[in-house]
Design a protein. Structure first.
Ligand SMILES: Nc1nc2c(ncn2[C@@H]2O[C@H](COP(=O)(O)OP(=O)(O)OP(=O)(O)O)[C@@H](O)[C@H]2O)c(=O)[nH]1
Ligand SMILES: [Mg+2]
Length: 312
C-alpha cells in the first residue's frame, strides 16, 4: 500500500474509502495486503457495538448519537450490518434516510452492508470494514447489527463496548437473546419508551442482571430513550463515555482487544486451513464417501477421520 492511499484516507477522501470497502466486500485479490498495512492505523478508534431486535430503533439512536459526538467535535464511522435486506431490501434504504443527513460532514462516515452473499463470512467482513473505516483516524466506530443469535454475537464481539437495545414489547426477545448478545451487553437501552411497557421490560432486565451478576465484572445500566425525539440520548452517550473511560482505566478494553485478536487469528487459521484442505482430490473422496455412508454405515466422523488422517 502506498502512503498516498493512507493520506487520502486520513483526509477523509470518501471516494477512496468507499472504493476500498467495496473491494473488501467483493473479496478482491489484492485487498489482503492493503488490509494488513492499514491494520496498525486502525487501533486508536473506540468501538461501540449497537445490537438488538429488528426495528428497535438502533439506526435512529445512532443518528442521534452522531449528533452528540459531533457536538463535542468527535469524529465517527458507522458500519450497519443488515441481515433483513436479504428479504426486504428496504431497511438499507431506511438507514440511508435516517443517517444520511450527516453525509456532507467529513467527520462522519456511514456504511450499510447487506448480508446477501456473505453468510458465514459476515463477521470477518464486518471486522475488516470496521478496520478500514477506523484507519481514517475516526475517534469512534459504531457497529450496528440485528442481534438475535450466535452469529450476531460474533460480529458484536469485536468492539470495545456493547449496547443492547430493546423496546417495550421485547419480552420474548429478551428470552431468546439471553444465550447470545445479552451476555456481552455493557449497557441496556429501552427505546420507544413513549410506548407502554417500558417499566416491565426494565424489571425483566434487572431480574436477568441479578441472576447473572456472578459472571459480570459490573452491573450494566439500563437507560430509557425515545430516539425519534432525542430523549435520553445525552444520558446514553454520557454512559458510553464514562464506561469506556472506566474500562480503559481498569485494563478491560485491552483485555477484550487481546481476546478479539486471538479469536480473529484462530478464525483466520481455520478458514485458511479449510481452504487449503478442500482440493479437488479430497472433494472427490468426499463424494465417494457418500456411497460408503449408505452401504457401510460410515459415520460423518469416520469419514472426516479418513480424510484428515489417511489423506492428510
Ligand atoms: N415510537 C417510537 N418510534 C421510534 C423510536 N425510535 C425509532 N422509532 C421508529 O422505529 C422504526 C425503526 O427504526 P430504526 O432506527 O430503523 O430501527 P433499527 O433497529 O435500526 O431497524 P433495523 O436496522 O431494520 O433492525 C422507525 O420507523 C423509527 O422512526 C422511538 O423512540 N419511539
Ligand atoms: Mg437499522
Amino acid at each position: 500500500m502506498t502512503s498516498e492511499l493512507l493520506n487520502s484516507l486520513r483526509q477523509n477522501d470518501t471516494r477512496v474509502l468507499s472504493g476500498l470497502i467495496s473491494a473488501v466486500e467483493n473479496g478482491d485479490d489484492t485487498i489482503s495486503e492493503t488490509l494488513n498495512s492499514l491494520f496498525p492505523h486502525s487501533r486508536d478508534s473506540l468501538r461501540i457495538g449497537i445490537t438488538g431486535p429488528p426495528g428497535a430503533g438502533k439506526s435512529t439512536l445512532i443518528d442521534k448519537l452522531i449528533v452528540q459526538i459531533r457536538a463535542e467535535d468527535g469524529t465517527v464511522g458507522v458500519v450497519s450490518v443488515d441481515p433483513t435486506s436479504f428479504f426486504s431490501g428496504g431497511a438499507l434504504l431506511g438507514d440511508r434516510v435516517r443517517m444520511n443527513r450527516h453525509s456532507l460532514d467529513p467527520a462522519v462516515y456511514v456504511r450499510s452492508m447487506g448480508s446477501r452473499g456473505h453468510t458465514g463470512g459476515l463477521a470477518r467482513l464486518t471486522h475488516q470494514v470496521a478496520d478500514v473505516i477506523a484507519s481514517t483516524g475516526k475517534d469512534y466506530i459504531i457497529v450496528e447489527t440485528v442481534g438475535v443469535g450466535q452469529a450476531e454475537t460474533e460480529i458484536v464481539l469485536n468492539v470495545d463496548i456493547v449496547v443492547v437495545v430493546f423496546v417495550p414489547e421485547s419480552g420474548d426477545e429478551i428470552q431468546i437473546m439471553k444465550a447470545g448478545p445479552m451476555e456481552v451487553g455493557d449497557i441496556f437501552v429501552i427505546n420507544k419508551a413513549d410506548r407502554a411497557g417500558a417499566d416491565r421490560i426494565s424489571q425483566l432486565l434487572q431480574d436477568y442482571m441479578s441472576d447473572s451478576s456472578g459472571q459480570r465484572e459490573f452491573v450494566p445500566q439500563i437507560i430509557l430513550t425515545e430516539a425519534t425525539e432525542g430523549k435520553g440520548i445525552e444520558q446514553l452517550w454520557a454512559q458510553c463515555r464514562t464506561l469506556m473511560a472506566e474500562l480503559q482505566q481498569s485494563g478491560t478494553i485491552r483485555k477484550r482487544r487481546n481476546e478479539q485478536y486471538l479469536s480473529r487469528v484462530r478464525n483466520a487459521v481455520h478458514d485458511e486451513l479449510a481452504a487449503r484442505f478442500w482440493n479437488s482430490d479430497r472433494e472427490s473422496v468426499l463424494m465417494k464417501q457418500i456411497d460408503g455412508m449408505r452401504e457401510r454405515h460410515l459415520s460423518p466422523y469416520e469419514a472426516a477421520d479418513q480424510l484428515v488422517n489417511e489423506l492428510g
